[in-house]
Design a protein. Structure first.
Length: 107
């Protein structure tokens, strides 16, 4: 019976803050590793995934309708600030005051 060959490594792309990229480089040099991939593989091998518990709150996707101009402005602002549109929306919603006075109706 022929042995199954191991699939080649697959690329995985993800965002990291610059501080973690610097930490990878520091560990690459300290551990005598040649590539970023080697550092990440090493980190995964040392990490206890079974006991990991996320400290972030649960997320859920929602859909909202925005005027085209508002959406366009958000997309441009996100690109300029180098963040996602979702991040801008989360911050905008989070910045709402805890108690908002109801709007008075027009008479």
């Amino acid at each position: 019976m022929a042995k199954k060959s191991t699939p080649p490594p697959a690329p995985l792309t993800f965002d990291l803050p610059l501080s973690l990229i610097e930490k990878i480089e520091t560990h690459r040099k300290k551990l005598g590793l040649k590539t970023t991939s080697e550092v990440v593989r090493f980190a995964i091998s040392q990490f206890d995934i079974e006991h990991y518990e996320s400290d972030t709150s649960e997320h859920r996707q929602i859909s909202v309708r925005l005027p085209a101009q508002t959406k366009s402005s958000l997309v441009k602002a996100a690109k300029k600030k180098r963040v996602s549109v979702g991040e801008l929306l989360r911050v905008a919603i989070d910045s709402l005051p805890a108690k908002t006075a109801p709007k008075k109706g027009k008479k």
